[in-house]
Design a protein around this ligand. Structure first.
Ligand code: MN
Length: 243
């Protein structure tokens, strides 16, 4: 039996004019292809239009699927970490935020594995009580270029990996990663540990005490095709989902 891996859905871009904005749900096929290549069955998990059903649906999803991918996606609603929106904030989708938060709590309560990247580690941090930089270029002028101009499959900056972390078992002391984010973790949530850091101090990886979470700020879905270590992160999720 292939473990079923739920990839949380994003609002889809309208390709044929038949859908109003927000009507569609999508996932990046580079992610679902990685799950297939690593030996899992991917499914796209939509978020409900009404957050009233979020908790019930999240609990059912946590029971139904073996592993979870929280991918990149829209900016996170600042009100969810008690902040006001700054000028650099991008488009947000609060119903998705609220469902993702409910899902994270339900999945962790069910002791099932999560692989989170980009927005995924940001919403994870917010779900567990942390805060975010809404827009790195305007809030952290000393930061590196985290929204790279080079193709997404190419690494652009290094990260230092924490010794003894799960990430270190794959990368050792450092990794050379891509970077397509303008938000980042600011205050780290209680319960999360920083496992990777860029040279400007920006958090690029997190884990939890139980090692249910493997979270990175970069985009392994754009690199696994040519980088065996990035692919190993997907294989790791499948392996943990089988246990
Ligand atoms: Mn980065």
């Amino acid at each position: 039996m292939l473990p079923i891996i739920a990839v949380t859905g994003n609002p889809a871009s309208d390709q044929n004019g038949a859908m109003a904005p927000g009507d569609g749900i999508e996932a990046n096929a580079q992610i679902t292809n990685a799950v297939v290549a690593a030996g899992g069955l991917p499914v796209i998990l939509p978020y409900p239009a009404s957050p009233q059903q979020a908790a019930e649906l999240a609990k059912a999803a946590a029971a139904a699927f073996a592993g979870f991918i929280l991918p990149g996606g829209p900016d996170v609603t600042p009100a969810l970490y008690d902040a006001e929106p700054l000028p650099g904030l991008g488009a947000t989708q609060q119903p998705k935020d609220e469902f993702d938060i409910a899902l994270i709590h339900a999945v962790l309560a069910a002791h099932k594995p999560i692989f989170a990247f980009c927005r995924g580690i940001q919403i994870l941090n917010v779900a567990l009580g942390g805060s975010l930089y809404q827009d790195l270029p305007s809030q952290v002028p000393t930061a590196l270029q985290h929204r790279q101009e080079t193709p997404p499959s190419r690494p652009t900056h290094h990260v230092t990996i924490a010794a003894g972390s799960r990430l270190a078992t794959f990368f050792g002391a450092s990794a050379y990663v891509n970077s397509r984010h303008h938000q980042a973790i600011e205050r780290v949530a209680p319960g999360l540990t920083v496992t990777a850091t860029a040279s400007d101090g920006i958090v690029e990886g997190v884990s939890d005490a139980e090692n249910l979470v493997l979270g990175v700020q970069w985009h392994p879905e754009n690199m696994w095709q040519t980088d065996a270590t990035q692919f190993a992160l997907f294989q790791d999720l499948i392996q943990r989902a089988k246990n």
